[in-house]
Design a protein. Structure first.
Length: 49
């Protein structure tokens, strides 16, 4: 399973910064970073079962 986690700007209000915190959320669930996507400004995480 793969998920895309968008990168957010630290100047954005706290209530829309969840995607940044999502990286840690998915890592706690066992997802591992597959690659950073600079063009889409985000990260691709993969979980292998």
């Amino acid at each position: 399973m793969e998920v895309y986690v968008s990168e957010v700007d630290s100047s954005w209000p706290p209530n829309i910064r969840f995607p940044t915190e999502s990286k840690e959320f998915y890592e706690k669930l066992g997802f591992r970073l597959k690659k950073q996507l600079p063009r889409q400004k985000g990260y691709l995480y993969r979980l292998e079962l």
